[in-house]
Each structure stands twice: as C-alpha cells, then as structure tokens.
Design a protein around this ligand. Structure first.
Ligand code: SF4
Length: 469
C-alpha cells in the first residue's frame, strides 16, 4: 500500500446531509498531542530531569520551542497565553531569563551532542522584541542547540508591530520560516476583534520577507469570527490569493468565554455557527484547492512544492503542538512561560504565570509544573491517532507490527463502531480490520480519532475543547 493518503475531493463538502453535520458537530480535541493537555496532572522537577536524561540517552534529534508571551494589545478572540504590556523592560528581563533556562535545559538534555532539526518561536508576539534582542536570542539558541544543516527555523510575527528592521534581523538570525496572523481582512471584523491591520501592512511585510530570502511564508486565518459571513470572507480569500503565501493555516474560532473572559464582549448572535460557519470553511477549501493549494488536513493548506505538501504525499507528515510538521520523531524542549516539552514517553509544561516562572528561573530551577508519563497504551494510541490525523488511515497490520500487539483484538471495542462511521460516509473499511478516511472523513478527522482516545470523558478531561466544526 502506498504511503500517500487518499486524494481529497472538495466536492465532498457540499454533499454532507444536515443530520450528519449536526451529529458530528461536537466538542473535540485538536490532537496536537495524545494524551491531550487537559488530562495531564502533576509533574515535578525530578520527573522532568528524569525525562531529560532519558531523552539525552536516546540521542533523538531535538526540536526547540521558545514562548514569547508579550503583546501590545489584546485581540479579543485570542486563545493564547499572553502578557499585555507596553513595558519593554519586562521583555528585556524575560530574554535574560530565557537564556538562563536554555543553558540549564541544554545541559540536562545534552543538546551539545545532538542535532536540533527544528526551532519555533511562538507567542504572544515574538516581534515584540527589538531586532537586536531577536538576533542575540537566536545566536544563543544556535550556540546551545547545534542546528542541523536543513533545520526548520520559524517565527510567528504580528504585522502590526513588525518593521523592515525586524525582517532584516530575522533573516540575518537564520530564520527560514515566517508565520503571520491576518485572521480576516474585513475592516468591520477587524474592529470587532480589536485587531486593525490593513491589507497593505501584510502585503509589505510579505514583500520584505521575500526580498530577504525567507523561504516559507505562512498566513494565519480564523473562520467563525463575529460579523464574518461567507460573502465577506470571500473577499478576504481573494486578497490572500494576491499575496500567494506558501502555506495557509485556517483556524476555527473557539468561542470559550468561560476560559477567555475577553470573549464575552462578542454578541452571541454575531458569531457564525453550524452550517453558516461550515459554509465559510467550505468556500475557503474550494477556493484554495482551485488555486492549486493542497488541503493538508484539518486547517492547513500548502503549495504543492512546499515541504508540507510533499510530506503529505510521502507519509512523512507529523502533528505536534505547532500543528503539522515534517519533523517526526524528535524530542521537543520548550523554554518560557507555559511552554511544553514532549518526549517519547512524557509531556511536561511550565508554569503559566510570568511571576511564578521568573521566580523559578531566578532560583536556578526548572519551571515545569504539570505533565504526565505515557503508558504503553498511551503510546500505542498516540501513534494510531497520528496515523489517522496525518495519513488518514488505520492499518491494523502496520499497527500490530509497530506495537507488537494484535491490533484487531486490541481495538475490538473501537472497531465495533466502524460500520456506523462507514454508514455515515466517514471511512471505508479495508476488510483487514482497518480503514481509510473518505474526503468527508478528513473533514471530521477529530471525530474519527475520538473513539481511540482512552482519556476522553475521564474525570480529569475538563470541557475545554472547541467544536469540531
Ligand atoms: S497578537 Fe496574537 S497572541 Fe497577541 S493577543 Fe493578538 S492574537 Fe493573541
């Protein structure tokens, strides 16, 4: 069997009966990890040191994530962990602490003798830092975490605060991937979400990135925002096409005011939901695929020559906390407030509050506070969920050989539900205990993964998931 997943047919989006749509529009995890973060528990510094030393012994390649939480103002829809401030001295102190944390983590992970294949800066707004701070921080990363020749080095930027000098510093520092938030070009929506960003600002930023040779440019969109309509979003899509980004991420707006109180500002009746929201997404998929982009999965599009599209074809696609990636099989170490580390058998997350994180770093301690050790069962299910999310299939023979189990017997309770999913047009069973997703199933891939999730609905699984549509 080839590694390439079945080809996606966008016409599947217009052929979904209403009853199927309502049945599958339920809260569900995005599976950027398994087990998902809400089910993690206490994880202390001893656990973390043990995880780092096991990682060092494995010598697996490293992936490094740096979290920069600062933003100048709050976008009302935002679901990230942010610190809103105009006090630049806080960022300067933060950079010093990040360097201290990196030195400590690199030592425990024996990073000097390993290859780092991926670096990602997220936030918050990494370009809240001044250009010289960005260059210094990146030089420190490269000193402590020797980079592979083909390393992906990416940064998220906010066009509203990113200057020509920032882009020059980003290119000099060795970043080869840049991702920028756009969300929606409609001025009414921008006002409502408190993120005013004229088209020209984004256009100029992309031109600077291309002038400076940054290889891959990603634009983030959000669908389901208040005041958005399918017609108004068509205009955003038309403008995005003129920018010709290499990749597009289109996230579904998660309305979770019980977690993000700023979202209570949105009037309920202005938020598109259900069929209306799905229509916005359908038109996006139709128009981007007609434009020649590959629909990678869930919420990503890439030009056919982009490595993400290539990885989809060869079966090398992987999913991690940053979304889809081509760098499978790495251990991830995270630096900064709220950052996550991910090893073959453990997850760890740092404290979320800036004062508590600063205190830990100043005391020469690790900042981890929660996480979990994965059982053998967790690892088997994690790999199956990766197969479904990235390769759109469950192959019982492959899973049996990889995990040393009889996958048909192991997942007998889950496979009892396959006929119902098949009847709803989500998948086609292969007669050997496995299945391939249909184009419809790729749209509802989270729903297909959920029966494999042994933690779903457990007492520690709090209701924090967004809906699958
Ligand atoms: S700039 Fe990004 S991280 Fe900061 S508040 Fe806006 S959406 Fe959130």
């Amino acid at each position: 069997m080839s590694n390439a997943p079945p080809t996606f047919d966008p016409r599947a989006m217009r052929a979904i009966p209403t009853d199927i749509m309502s049945k599958y529009d339920v809260p569900g995890p995005r599976y950027t990890s398994y087990p998902t973060a809400p089910v993690w528990g206490d994880f202390d510094e001893d656990d973390f040191e043990r995880a780092l030393s096991k990682s060092a012994a494995s010598a697996r390649p490293l992936s490094v994530y740096i979290h920069l939480p600062f933003c100048e103002s709050l976008c009302v829809y935002c679901g990230c962990n942010v610190v809103i401030t105009k006090r630049r001295e806080l960022a300067a102190q933060y950079v010093e602490r990040l360097i201290a944390e990196m030195e400590r983590t690199a030592r425990f992970a024996n990073a000097a003798d390993r290859q780092t294949v991926q670096v990602a800066w997220g936030g918050g707004t990494p370009t809240y830092l001044a250009p010289d701070q960005i260059e210094r921080l990146m030089a420190t990363i490269a000193r402590l975490f020797p980079l592979a020749a083909n390393a992906e080095v990416g940064i998220e930027v906010d066009p509203r605060v990113t200057t020509r000098e920032h882009v020059a510093a980003i290119a000099r520092a060795g970043f080869n991937r840049i991702s920028m938030g756009v969300q929606d070009f409609d001025p009414k929506v921008q006002e409502e979400i408190h993120r005013v960003q004229p088209y020209e600002m984004t256009r100029d930023l992309i031109a600077w990135c291309r002038e400076d040779g940054i290889e891959s440019i990603n634009v983030d969109l959000v669908y389901g925002l208040p005041l958005q309509t399918a017609d108004s979003f068509d205009e955003t899509i038309a403008l995005v096409k003129t920018l010709s980004p290499d990749r597009i991420s289109a996230f579904s707006y998660a309305h979770v005011p019980w977690l993000k109180p700023a979202q209570t500002k949105f009037r309920d009746e202005t938020i598109p939901r259900g069929a209306e929201k799905f229509e916005i997404f359908t038109r996006l998929v139709e128009q981007m695929t007609a434009e020649g982009y590959e629909f990678i999965g869930m919420d990503h599009f890439a030009k056919p020559d982009n490595e993400l599209a290539q990885a989809l074809k060869t079966g090398a696609l992987w999913r991690n906390f940053q979304g889809f990636t081509t760098k499978a099989g790495t251990d991830l170490v995270g630096m900064g407030v709220t950052s996550i580390a991910s090893f073959d058998d453990a997850f760890a997350q740092s404290v979320k509050e800036l004062p508590a994180w600063s205190e830990r770093i100043d005391a020469g301690r690790h900042a981890v506070t929660r996480g979990m050790w994965l059982t053998d069962d967790d690892r088997i299910r994690r790999d199956v969920i990766q197969d479904i999310m990235c390769r759109y299939r469950f192959d019982a023979d492959v899973v049996s050989a990889r995990a040393g189990i009889d996958a048909r017997e192991y997942f007998a309770d889950v496979s009892a539900g396959f006929p119902a999913l098949e009847a709803d047009g989500m998948l086609v069973t292969d007669g050997r205990g496995g299945f391939e997703l249909t184009s419809r199933g790729r749209l509802f891939v989270r729903n297909v993964c959920m029966p494999f999730d042994a933690h779903l609905g457990s007492p520690s699984d709090k209701p924090v998931c967004s809906r699958t549509i």
